[in-house]
Design a protein around this ligand. Structure first.
Ligand SMILES: [Zn+2]
Length: 286
């Protein structure tokens, strides 16, 4: 794990920090750190009694308004965090930290009800039967056009069984095969190095390929326009380690050589609750 020294979106060097905590599930899964109560019988002279959680910093880019966890997990830590993601064992472990998770997860596994909205957003830019690659698409259950696509490929490190009609592909195939649509949905908020991740995907695109990126438009970003206040509101970090502002997204796409064709902030219902996400259609900036 490294601590970010520069903005993970625009690479700017002007960062502000505010103390925060890692949620116990994340701290336990990656580092085997658990919350602990410091009591008088510890006999510590200069330490106050009370609950101790895993400390970290919220970081804010003063240039683009990107809000993020200062800890950047490496590949091994990411693998520990996402091993058997949403499996029975994962769900049971998370339920023990976060009562109610299992119920929410069951709703998410049902497939997002908003896929029709995504398809309506993308359809004007695509052929009738697109060849689709879902990059980081888990089981492929939420891939747009999955019932009508000429080809439905999924590239994902989780290697979970795919829905009917979907084919698992290697990174080499993902980079070499021609696709009309590459889907990168609800992944970017989880990755340590979003600039590098987007550059890799851009490298797999052809001039006609449409890239669909979907990321949460987090409430704290929507509600607090003042960067200082936004930073101070963010007191805990879970699996979303990147909170994107519009300016941060612009910087990321520019850096990856991508051109925004259309972007919308939409209210959707997933996992039984309403949230707000960015729908973004992109092409290579040639
Ligand atoms: Zn920035």
């Amino acid at each position: 794990m490294k601590l970010a020294q520069r903005c993970i979106a625009c690479d700017g060097a002007h960062l502000s920090y505010s103390p925060a905590i890692l949620t116990p599930f994340i701290a336990s899964r990656i580092f085997h750190w658990r919350p602990v109560r410091v009591t008088a019988d510890w006999g510590l002279r200069d330490i106050e009694n009370g609950m101790a959680y895993s400390i970290c910093n919220s970081a804010m880019c003063d240039d683009c308004g990107m809000l993020f966890l200062d800890m950047r997990f490496d590949d091994e830590e990411m693998a520990a965090l996402y091993r058997d993601y949403r499996s029975e064992a994962y769900t049971a472990s998370r339920e023990s930290f976060e009562p109610g998770y299992a119920t929410r997860n069951a709703l998410l596994l049902d497939g997002a009800g908003y896929i029709a909205l995504v398809e309506a957003f993308l359809r004007p830019h695509l052929p009738r039967k697109p060849r689709v690659l879902d990059w980081g698409g888990d089981t492929g259950v939420n891939t747009p056009f999955r019932s009508t696509a000429a080809r439905h490929d999924v590239y994902d490190i989780s290697n979970r069984p795919l829905v009917a009609g979907a084919h698992a592909v290697s990174l080499e195939t993902a980079k070499a095969a021609p696709y009309d649509l590459i889907v990168y949905s609800n992944v970017l908020e989880h990755v340590s190095y979003p600039r590098e991740a987007l550059r890799e995907i851009a490298g797999a695109m052809r001039p006609q390929t449409l890239l669909y990126v979907e990321v949460p438009h987090e409430a704290v970003v929507r509600e607090f326009h003042d960067k200082r206040r936004r930073l101070e509101q963010k007191r805990h970090w879970h699996e979303h380690i990147n909170f994107f502002s519009s300016d941060a997204l612009d910087a990321l796409f520019r850096n990856a050589g991508l051109l925004v064709i259309e972007r919308k902030s939409k209210i959707i219902t997933a996992g039984g609750k309403e949230s707000c996400v960015f729908f973004i259609a992109l092409k290579l900036n040639l």
